[in-house]
Design a protein around this ligand. Structure first.
Ligand SMILES: Nc1nc2c(c(=O)[nH]1)N[C@H]1C(S)=C(S)[C@@H](COP(=O)(O)OP(=O)(O)OC[C@H]3O[C@@H](n4cnc5c(=O)[nH]c(N)nc54)[C@H](O)[C@@H]3O)O[C@H]1N2
Ligand SMILES: Nc1nc2c(c(=O)[nH]1)N[C@H]1C(S)=C(S)[C@@H](COP(=O)(O)OP(=O)(O)OC[C@H]3O[C@@H](n4cnc5c(=O)[nH]c(N)nc54)[C@H](O)[C@@H]3O)O[C@H]1N2
Ligand code: SF4
Ligand SMILES: [Mo]
Length: 779
């Protein structure tokens, strides 16, 4: 099985367009199958693909996993993280007791003391400073029930607008690109569109490494009869790009220029579905005007690729009959994130290729449960994709929660994470509870984050399963149960909902986030209008049932999607309601989009300034179910290269690790595959600096520096790549803070989605030591 570390995607099972993707069941067990006592239904939480799997249990411990052949997402397959990552649950260094800071040091304590401290401080701050001094920063890796509890506590109970998820760093742009174009969040397509398409367009998405099982689906098409054509836009020669018919290795931060040129070509060659555009969209004329000047030559100059390659790509996109486009962090973590993501929507809209079999755009998710953070309103939106500017929507929320509508802050959009941390910095927020995320490694400009989180006047609560760089800064640490140790539902990138059942007990005194939040609500004595407890549930299933009821009539309607229905078979796609009891494969099959003024999730933004549209203004141009085509000019990245910082750093992922490695560093196969930090340089840049493969180099930006061995790779000259997986928890001299790439990145975000910019940073590189004898791991 360790071979799946080398052979990441496993054996090919080629198939022809329109055929079923063949099943292939992958498993990894650490015991003989005969000793397994139970199999428990779940799905993988190590990326947004959400592969269906069963957890093997023996002696009260997880001993392996097996892909579910009948699941619509993976047809039995699992990738390296899915196969090996679960071992972190069994790690000996799990947090098993709450910790509390006494005389500057974190010391073990009991739940009662820890929760009393959290509650006492909350009440003190609330009475002295009011709800605006309270903030909650949650995750994209918990279950829907947990987020819904968190939303109700923060928005309905405490009454603070300061609740956001780490989804802000991850899929805020996916969400807003969908809202801006189609009126609501929710990916329109289905993974089965990959079985049917003849053209694939991957923009800033290294699917081969980051959604390995979805990539096997593509590979099986690419190596089967009637191969679809593949266009990849990525500055790096990723394994994904290596399979492309056309790979556009653009200069980082130039997506809008390239996409405008492609739109220019589509219009110029009349590769446009005129009837679709006329009947189902609004805004085409403005787009046509905007892209007129973006000739392939102009874009070639900006993007640093050939005009011919752009023409070739446009021809492929313009002449196929069934186009699937996907977008991810190479777009979302840029300065024009939403503007660029929307141009990909526009390509599909111009081609009339949405809401039909084999035709869609995926504004991809990254984290396994990011869609739920969004649906439940835990990430800077309102539950059920409701519109904070729409009084009727706010009234529905107030009624569902039985609270006064004025208790739910909605005088402005809910605070986004980057703004929340600024409030912590300035001292107006005095209480921050971080759950299921490790911001001391994952946020930009880490020295700033450490100084904000380390402030005396900020009371920091952190719920995690391990000691991390963030728990190290906390006043109270709460030991959390992980996946497999609790029950809940979650939704993947193609709207497939899975139920993940509890397989084993959490270690020691660790408790689920759901139980911790319920305990907090009870101790805080949060109540509804009638004086009843605000959170009336004791089990996740109760919370689920009230959440799905609350989605009735909304685009993410899951009102018929009970636990019962989710047990046994495959995951089910929403909407799942009386009108679609078995779920819904594709949204917008009737080409009526969610843009009606009374229905839409938001009135949208100016793509350049981020200015919010007002209700009156929106109503004046009532789109009435037409998709909105929004144009944007290209703007250069905000931190241009110069003589001092002549190279561009981009950061991202490698197949073997999950984010800050709290899980994958504890799975031996994965950790051994990539044990050490490294940076990738182009040989043309390394040569003049006297750097050869394996030399220790220092990468410096205006914010900080990191040291790592160099790997010489033929990506674009001028480009440096660093994986962001390596922080300090497993490093001896961790106090030096010269390992995590976010030492280098800066505090800046996209104007619409407010997603931070991790993909473009000006740096310089110097050699600090000769190559070591042994190269670290498999790059
Ligand atoms: N193995 C593994 N898989 C994961 C994760 C993980 O940590 N490890 N995390 C999950 C999560 S939460 C997420 S969000 C996804 C992210 O999945 P991806 O978005 O696929 O991963 P990244 O490596 O962040 O970025 C993708 C690519 O963007 C390219 N890029 C950089 N700048 C630009 C640009 O200006 N334009 C374009 N077009 N491309 C650019 C990079 O070279 C990189 O190859 O992965 C998910 N899957
Ligand atoms: N430079 C750079 N920075 C980036 C990115 C990048 O591409 N480049 N990508 C960004 C993106 S897309 C993302 S998604 C973020 C990810 O950034 P983070 O969310 O900070 O990364 P994780 O390591 O996934 O942290 C999750 C934490 O939650 C804990 N945990 C896991 N399950 C549970 C649970 O059930 N309950 C609780 N309470 N805790 C749990 C884990 O142990 C871990 O400490 O990083 C962002 N930062
Ligand atoms: S593709 Fe994603 S969800 Fe599927 S097994 Fe791999 S990590 Fe898990
Ligand atoms: Mo992410």
């Amino acid at each position: 099985m360790a071979s799946r570390i080398v052979d990441v995607w496993g054996d090919r099972t080629p198939y022809a367009p329109g055929e079923q993707w063949p099943e292939r069941v992958d498993q990894h067990l650490t015991l003989e199958e005969s000793r397994i006592e139970r199999w428990v239904q779940s799905a993988c939480v190590l990326c947004s693909n959400g592969c269906g799997l069963d957890i093997a249990v023996a002696d009260g411990r997880i001993v392996g996993v097996r892909g579910r052949a009948q699941d619509r997402v993976n047809h039995g397959r699992l990738g390296p993280k899915g196969l090996f990552g679960w071992q972190a649950n069994n790690s000996a260094d799990r947090l098993t007791q709450p910790l509390i800071r006494v005389e500057g040091e974190l010391r073990p304590t009991d739940w009662d003391t820890a929760m009393q401290a959290v509650v006492a401080r909350s009440q003190e701050i609330l009475s002295e400073h009011g709800p605006l001094a309270m903030a909650f920063y949650t995750s994209g890796q918990l279950f829907a029930e947990e987020y819904y509890a968190q939303t109700l506590i923060a928005r309905g109970g405490i009454g603070t607008p300061h609740l956001d998820g780490n989804t802000r760093l991850c899929t805020a742009t996916a969400e807003w690109a969908l809202v801006e174009s189609f009126g609501s969040d929710g990916n329109p397509g289905s993974y089965s569109d990959i079985d049917l398409c003849d053209t694939l367009f991957l923009v800033g998405h290294n699917m081969a490494e980051t959604q390995t099982v979805l990539w096997t689906r593509l590979l099986d098409r690419l190596q089967g009869p009637d191969r679809p054509r593949l266009v990849v836009v990525d500055p790096r020669a990723t394994p994904t790009a290596q399979e492309a018919d056309v790979h556009l290795a653009i200069r980082p931060g130039t997506n809008v220029a390239l996409l405008n040129a492609i739109l220019h070509e589509l219009i110029g060659h009349d590769w446009v579905d005129a009837a679709f555009v006329r009947e189902h969209t609004a805004g085409f004329a403005e787009l046509r005007g905007m892209v007129a000047e973006y000739t392939p030559e102009k874009a070639a100059e900006i993007c640093g690729v050939s005009a011919d390659a752009i023409r070739q790509a446009a021809r492929i996109l313009g002449t196929g009959e069934r186009l699937v486009s996907t977008v991810l962090q190479g777009v979302y973590q840029s300065h024009q994130a939403t503007a660029a993501a929307v141009q990909v929507n526009n390509i599909n809209l111009l081609r009339g290729m949405i809401g039909r079999p084999g035709c869609t755009v995926f504004q991809m998710n990254g984290q396994p449960t990011a869609e739920n953070t969004r649906e439940t309103g835990a990430n800077g939106t309102m539950p059920g994709f409701r519109n904070w500017q729409n009084d009727a929507h706010m009234q529905e929320i107030a009624e569902a929660w039985n609270v006064d509508v004025l208790r739910i802050p909605h005088w402005a959009p809910p605070t986004h994470a980057m703004e929340m941390f600024r409030h912590c910095e300035s001292g107006s927020v005095k209480f921050l509870w971080v759950t299921g995320t490790n911001p001391a490694v994952s946020l930009p400009e880490l020295h700033r984050i450490r100084s904000i989180y380390g402030q005396e006047r900020l009371f920091l609560v952190v719920s995690d399963a391990f000691m991390t760089e963030t728990t190290a800064l906390a006043d109270v640490v709460l030991p959390a149960a992980l996946w497999g140790e609790k029950t809940g539902c979650f939704t993947n990138a193609d709207r497939t909902v899975h139920l993940s059942e509890k397989a084993v007990d959490p270690p020691g005194q660790a408790r689920s986030d759901f139980d911790i939040l319920l305990d907090y609500a009870r101790r805080m004595d949060l109540r509804d209008k009638d004086g009843e407890p605000l959170l009336k549930w004791t089990e996740p299933e109760h919370a689920w049932n009230s959440f799905i009821t609350h989605t009735r009539g909304r685009p993410c309607d899951q009102s018929s999607l009970t636990y019962e229905k989710l047990r046994g078979g495959s995951g089910i796609t929403w909407p799942c309601a009386e009108y679609a009891p078995q779920g819904t494969e594709r949204l917008y099959a009737d080409h009526v989009f969610a843009t009606q003024a009374d229905y839409c999730e938001d009135y949208g933004h100016d793509l350049i300034t981020g200015a919010q549209n007002e209700a009156d203004e929106y109503r004046a141009h009532e789109p009435g179910g037409r998709a909105l085509i929004k144009a944007a000019p290209y703007l250069p990245p905000h931190e241009p290269v110069d003589d001092d910082f002549p190279l561009q750093l981009t950061t991202g992922r490698r197949v073997y690790h999950w984010h800050t490695r709290t899980k994958t560093a504890r799975a031996p196969e994965l950790q051994e595959a990539a044990p050490e930090m490294w940076v990738e340089l182009h040989p043309d840049d390394a040569g003049p600096l006297g750097i050869v493969d394996g030399d220790l180099v220092r990468v410096r930006s205006r914010r900080g520096e990191i040291d790592a061995p160099a790997v010489l790779r033929g990506h674009r000259p001028g480009l440096v790549f660093a994986p962001f997986h390596y922080g300090y928890f497993d490093q001896a001299d961790s106090f030096r803070h010269t390992r995590a790439p976010n030492e280098l990145t800066r505090t800046e975000w996209d104007p619409v989605s407010k997603q931070p910019i991790y993909k473009v940073t000006a740096v310089r590189v110097e050699k600090i030591a000769n190559a070591r004898a042994v190269a670290p791991g498999r790059y």
